[in-house]
Design a protein around this ligand. Structure first.
Ligand code: GLC
Length: 741
C-alpha cells in the first residue's frame, strides 16, 4: 500500500478503531481453544468483547492453520479489514531450537548467529508469525539475574555485533520477502542491570554508563533497521522506562533515530502504578502515550482510556495518529495489506521445521558455542576406554530453555542417544545417579510451553540410594567418567534470579561421591548463566561448558567429546570465583589503587578473602590443540589525523591437530577526560589452522575505534597513549603501545 493510501486509511478510521490498533492481547482472549503460551500475569483486564475484537495484534500463539483462520475471521470484523499482526517470542529458534543466546554469544561469530536467525525466521514465518520479540540486547554483568541466558554477554562490542546479526537474519533487507519476520530489540533500556541481580528491580546507572556501555547494542539493532523496540520493566533515573519521556522521546526517537513501533513489555504500562509513578490506568495510559509507546501489551490501559483522554482534551489526537501510522507502516512493510497471511503455510510448516539442514546448523552452532574450560588431556575421549556417563543430564531431553516456548523437548537428542551411536555398548554405561533438583524444589515456566511445570518426580530415599550405588558401581568399573550436570532449565530465564550460583546440591553431592571412586572425571555443564565452579574446577580433569544447547545438543556434545569437532567457544560472560564478586566483568575501571596481587600491602582495591579475578574470564576458552601468538607489530607507533594503524601478529597452531582460534583485539586509552576501562574488545578474527600452520592476522585500528563519551558530553577521541592487545582471551598480556597524535 502506498504511503498516501496509509494516510487516507488513517483519516477514515474512527477514534475507537485507531485505539484498537494500539493494544496487543493474548490469543487466548479470543478463543479459549486457541493454543498459546502465557508469558506473563493474565489478570482480568476489564475490557469487553468489542475492544478485544478490535485489537491490532496478538501475541503468544503460532500455527499456520489456526493463524490463517484467525486472520480471516478477524479481518471480516475489522471495519477497514486491517490485518492483524501476529507476534511471539521466538528467542532462539521456532521448532529447530538453537543454543540459548548466551551460548550463541560464545561462538564469537556474528555470521553464524545471523544464519541461525535466518532459519528461525523461516520457521516462524511458515508457522504464521509476522514478528518475534528478539534479540534481547541488554548488557549483563550479574549472573544472579536469570535472564543473562537471553543476552550475548558483558561486552558492548560483542553485543552490538550480535544485535545487528540477529536483526539482519530475521528481517533481511525487506521484511516482505518470504521467510522474513520483524525483529524486536529489547528491553529498552538497561534491563540487564537490576540492582542485586533481582529481576524487575531498580536500575541505577549514571547517564555516562548508560550511554557508553548499554545503548550501543540497541543502536546497532536500530542501524540494522529493526522494526520494533520493546520497553523495559525497570526504572531509569527513577522513572519507569515505559513512561520515561526522556528515554523514549529524546534518546530513542530523537538521538538514536528509531522510526519504528515501540511496544511495551508485558503489562508494563499498568505496572507503572505499582512503581508509584501513575495514579491509575488512565494516568498510566496518558504517560505511556506521551512517552511514545505505540502498543500496550496485555493491559486494558490504552483500550479503556485513550479515546476518553482525547475526547476530554487531555491528550492530542495527533499522538494517537502518529502511533497508529507507525503501526500501519509496520504492517505495510510486512506486505500484510496485500497478503494478510504472509508466509503461513501448513505444508511448509511440516516440511521445513526441524528439517535436516536446520538440524545440521543447530548441531554445528551448538558445538561451536561450547567452551572448554579445563582439560588436562583427558579430552578428546579415548574410545577404547571403558566410559561411564553419570549425571541427571545423561538422558535428559529438557536441554532447550524456558524461552524455547515454540519448541518441543521431545525433538531433542540426548547425550545417551548420541553416545549410543558412537560408543560400543559393552564399554559404555549410562546412569542418572541423581535427580537434577531435590524432591523439595518446584519450579514453573511459561504456562502452555513444553514441560513448563518442573516438579521433580518424587523419588523415595531408597530409590535415590539405589541410583547412587549403581552409579558408583559403574564409576568404579570404568576407566573414566563423563558427568553431564547442571542447572535445571527452569532455574534460568525470566523471574529466576538466584542468590547462589552453584550447581544443584544433589548433583554436587553426586559429583563428590563419584570422585571418591574414580577421579578421572569430565564434567559436561548445562546452565543458562555463569556458575561458581571452584570445587568442580579443582577436582574434575576437564570441564566442557555446553550451556542449554538446543535440539541437537546431544549430537554436538558427543561430536566435541570424541574430537570430531575441536571446541573453539569463548566466554561471553565472566565466571566468578565466588558470587561475592558479582557483578564482575573484564572491562572495569582501574581505580586509584589497582590491585597488585604480587605486591604485599593492604591499600589496594581488593578483597581480603578472595581474589579479584573471576575463575574464568571473558573471552577465555581452550582448544584440543594449542596456539602461539607472536608479538604485535604496528605499522606505525603514531596514528596521525585521518590515518589508521594496522596491528598484526602471527598465530601458530603448535599442537597436533587442526583447530580454530577466535583471536581478540583489545584497546585501552591510558589517560582521558573520563576514566576508560582497563581494556575493551574491539576486534575478532576467526582463524582455522592445521597442526604447525601459521597465519598472520591484521587488525586495522581507526580513530573511530578510540572514540568515547568525553567529559564535555561529546563523543570523540582524545590524543595520547593507547595500549593494544592481541590474544586468546581478555587476560592476554601480548601488548604494544601507540599514540594518537
Ligand atoms: C515477557 C518478557 C519479554 C517478552 C514479553 C512477551 O514478560 O519480559 O521479553 O518478549 O513478555 O512474551
Amino acid at each position: 500500500m502506498t504511503v498516501e493510501k496509509l494516510y487516507s486509511l488513517l483519516r477514515d478510521m474512527s477514534l475507537e478503531e485507531k485505539v484498537g490498533q494500539m493494544y496487543q492481547l493474548m490469543a487466548l482472549f479470543y478463543d479459549e481453544d486457541m493454543k498459546g503460551v502465557l508469558t506473563g500475569p493474565a489478570e482480568h483486564m476489564g475490557i469487553g468483547q468489542e475492544e478485544i475484537r478490535m485489537a491490532g495484534s496478538i501475541l503468544g500463539t503460532a500455527g499456520a492453520e489456526q493463524l490463517r483462520e484467525f486472520q480471516k475471521k478477524y479481518m471480516e470484523h475489522q471495519p477497514h479489514h486491517i490485518p492483524m499482526l501476529f507476534m511471539m517470542d521466538v528467542i532462539h529458534g521456532m521448532r529447530t531450537i538453537f543454543p540459548i543466546p548466551l551460548a550463541q554469544g560464545a561462538t564469537f561469530d556474528p555470521e553464524l548467529v545471523e544464519q541461525c536467525a535466518e532459519v528461525s525466521a523461516k520457521e516462524a514465518a511458515v508457522s504464521g508469525l509476522h514478528a518475534t520479540f528478539t534479540p534481547m540486547v541488554d548488557l549483563v554483568r550479574d549472573a544472579r539475574w536469570g535472564r543473562v541466558m537471553e543476552s550475548t554477554g558483558e561486552d558492548t562490542y560483542l553485543n552490538s555485533l550480535m544485535s545487528a546479526a540477529v536483526v539482519k537474519g530475521l528481517q533481511g533487507e525487506d521484511m516482505r520477502e518470504w521467510g522474513k519476520v520483524c525483529a524486536c530489540i529489547k528491553h529498552f533500556a538497561a534491563y540487564g542491570a537490576p540492582t542485586a541481580g533481582r529481576d524487575y528491580n531498580t536500575v541505577e546507572l549514571s547517564e555516562h554508563t548508560l550511554r557508553e556501555f548499554y545503548l550501543p547494542a540497541y543502536q546497532a539493532g536500530i542501524d540494522a533497521g529493526v522494526g520494533l523496540v520493546m520497553t523495559s520493566f525497570n526504572t531509569v533515573n527513577g522513572i519507569p522506562a515505559t513512561t520515561n519521556k526522556w528515554l523514549m522521546r529524546k534518546i530513542l526517537r530523537e538521538e538514536m533515530d528509531f522510526q519504528g513501533v515501540l511496544i511495551s513489555d508485558y503489562a508494563a504500562i499498568a505496572e507503572t502504578i505499582a512503581h508509584g509513578y501513575s495514579e491509575d490506568e488512565k494516568d498510566a495510559a496518558r504517560k505511556a502515550l506521551e512517552a511514545g509507546v505505540d502498543i500496550d501489551m496485555m493491559t486494558g490501559c490504552y483500550a479503556k482510556n485513550l479515546a476518553a483522554l482525547v475526547r476530554e482534551g487531555t491528550v492530542d489526537e495527533k499522538l494517537i495518529d502518529d502511533a497508529v501510522l507507525r503501526i500501519l507502516e509496520l504492517k505495510n512493510k510486512l506486505g500484510l495489506f496485500e497478503n494478510p497471511y504472509k508466509d503461513a503455510d501448513p505444508e511448509a510448516e511440516k516440511t521445513l521445521c526441524l528439517c535436516d539442514a536446520h538440524r545440521k546448523l543447530a548441531r554445528e552452532t551448538a558445538a561451536r558455542s561450547f567452551v572448554l574450560l579445563k582439560n588436562d588431556g583427558i579430552l578428546p575421549l579415548d574410545l577404547s576406554k571403558k566410559i561411564a556417563f553419570i549425571g541427571p543430564y545423561t538422558d535428559n531431553k529438557n536441554i532447550l530453555s524456558t524461552w524455547a516456548i515454540t519448541g518441543d523437548s521431545g525433538d531433542c537428542v540426548t547425550i545417551e542417544e548420541a553416545a549410543r551411536e558412537v560408543f560400543t555398548s559393552e564399554r559404555t554405561s549410562f546412569h542418572a545417579g541423581s535427580q537434577i533438583l531435590g524432591n523439595e524444589v518446584h519450579l514453573t515456566g511459561f504456562e502452555g510451553a513444553h514441560g513448563y511445570q518442573a516438579k521433580s518426580e518424587y523419588k523415595s530415599s531408597e530409590e535415590l540410594t539405589r541410583m547412587l550405588s549403581e552409579a558408583k558401581q559403574a564409576a568404579a568399573e570404568a576407566d573414566l567418567v563423563v558427568m553431564p550436570l547442571g542447572e535445571h532449565f527452569l532455574q534460568t530465564g525470566e523471574a529466576t534470579s538466584r542468590g547462589t550460583l552453584g550447581i544443584p546440591d544433589v548433583q554436587l553431592q553426586l559429583f563428590r561421591e563419584i570422585f571418591t571412586v574414580n577421579s578421572n572425571i569430565v564434567v559436561v555443564l548445562f546452565n543458562g548463566r555463569p556458575l561458581e565452579l571452584r570445587e568442580i574446577s579443582e577436582k574434575a580433569r576437564a570441564i566442557l561448558e555446553v550451556w542449554l544447547p538446543g535440539t541437537e545438543g546431544g549430537h554436538a556434545i558427543v561430536d566435541v567429546l570424541t574430537g570430531k569437532v575441536n571446541p573453539s567457544g569463548k566466554l561471553p560472560m565472566s565466571f566468578p570465583y565466588s558470587v561475592g564478586q558479582v557483578p564482575v566483568h573484564y572491562n572495569e575501571y582501574a581505580t586509584g589503587r589497582p590491585n597488585q596481587p604480587d605486591v604485599e600491602g593492604r591499600f589496594f582495591s581488593k578483597y581480603i578473602d578472595i581474589p579479584n579475578e573471576p575463575l574464568y574470564p571473558f573471552g577465555y576458552g581452550l582448544s584440543y590443540t594449542s596456539f602461539e601468538i607472536s608479538e604485535i607489530r604496528l605499522d606505525s607507533p603514531v596514528m596521525k589525523e585521518g590515518t589508521s594503524i594496522t596491528a598484526s601478529a602471527g598465530v601458530k597452531n603448535t599442537g597436533d591437530r587442526s583447530g580454530t582460534l577466535m583471536v581478540q583485539l583489545y584497546l585501552r586509552d591510558l589517560k582521558a577526560s573520563v576514566v576508560r576501562p582497563v581494556r575493551e574488545l574491539k576486534g575478532i578474527r576467526r582463524v582455522t589452522l592445521a597442526s604447525g600452520e601459521t597465519e598472520k592476522v591484521n587488525f586495522e585500528i581507526s580513530e573511530e575505534m578510540l572514540r568515547f563519551l568525553r567529559a564535555d558530553g561529546t563523543y570523540g577521541s582524545e590524543p595520547g597513549a593507547f595500549r593494544v592487545w592481541i590474544g586468546d582471551s581478555s587476560r592476554t598480556e601480548n601488548c604494544a603501545e601507540f599514540r594518537l597524535a
